[in-house]
Write a protein that binds this ligand. Structure first.
Ligand code: DGL
Length: 292
């Protein structure tokens, strides 16, 4: 049995990479629903339906655990799938299956990182409107001041392979400026979408040099704190390792060939080319279709 890793597109590769570093012995099946990305601008019903189709598909392909390596799917669909869909699937298959998300492991890391107590969440419109981060953070650290900001154009930039082009700089700066204007005391920014780490270097660069940017119409207060960005890969990987150590009923079912198969709902060649860049090694993806 394998571990399934699902995202709307390329973003989940940032999680898969970290998981494979932490747990290289297992076999993985990655599925990117690139044909229908971005999810972050869809309604609850659509995100839930697409995510459930993907989860069922991965379970049919011998996955015992499915990681929703997508904040949007985790925020909108995880709970309903865990509560309503997994129990009948388990019963029908007569084996243990489960779905895990990315939000909780990230939230747990935040209080230990911020010094000012001011935290920003950058995410897709769907994740922001779900308020999942705010609700989860309030439970464990009610003293924190949290602001959220939706970045609807970052996922399309990455899916189109435009995020390293010069024009992307405008949109990177736009959302960072906007969230820091909401709360200049922010010292911790959660990259609450698994696509965003693919631009982390450029985001960090903008934050570091923001006082010197040639953007005099948007002056950044010079006394504002240094900002740390949180990417989710390592947090999710450690959380999965911990989960497997506590759940032998999953761990013992997993095969240990160290392989990874890549599936996409878009053109397989295009996915392989882009994913090979993100992963720093060539891969050969296969095309699949998803339906109810
Ligand atoms: N990687 C997904 C996330 O973490 C992107 C969602 C989208 O497709 O808009 O939210």
């Amino acid at each position: 049995m394998r571990i399934g890793v699902f995202d709307s597109g390329y973003g989940g590769l940032t999680i898969l990479n970290a998981i494979r570093k932490e747990l290289p012995q297992y076999d993985y099946l990655y599925l990117g629903d690139n044909a229908r990305a971005p999810y972050g601008t869809h309604s609850f019903d659509v995100i839930y339906r697409y995510t459930l189709q993907a989860v069922k598909y991965l379970i049919e392909q011998d996955c015992t655990l499915v990681i929703l390596a997508c904040n949007t799917a985790s925020a909108k669909a995880l709970r309903t799938i865990q509560q309503n869909d997994i129990p009948p699937l388990r019963e029908g298959l007569g084996r243990t299956v489960n779905v895990l998300g990315v939000i909780r492991p990230t939230v747990e890391a935040v209080p230990g990182i911020t010094k000012t107590g001011h935290v920003g969440i950058l995410a897709t419109p769907a994740t922001v409107s779900s308020e999942s981060y705010v609700l989860e953070l309030e439970k464990i650290a009610p003293e924190l001041t949290i602001v959220q900001h939706a970045c609807p154009l970052w996922v399309p930039l990455i899916e189109a392979g435009e995020h390293n082009e010069p024009g992307a700089k405008y949109f990177i700066g736009k959302y960072l400026r906007e969230i820091l204007a909401k709360d200049p005391q922010i010292d911790t920014l959660v990259l609450g979408c698994t696509h965003y780490p693919l631009m982390k270097e450029r985001i960090d660069n903008w934050l570091e040099f923001r006082h010197e940017l040639d953007e005099s119409e948007f002056p950044q207060p010079t006394d504002s704190p240094k900002v740390t960005t949180i990417a989710q890969g390592e947090l999710e990987a450690k959380s999965l390792a911990d989960y497997l150590s506590r759940h032998p009923e999953y761990r013992e079912q997993l095969s240990t060939g160290g392989s990874c198969t890549y599936l996409t709902t878009e053109n397989a060649e295009r996915f392989s080319q882009s994913a090979s860049i993100f992963l720093d090694s060539p891969i050969h993806a296969k095309h699949v279709g998803l339906s109810d």
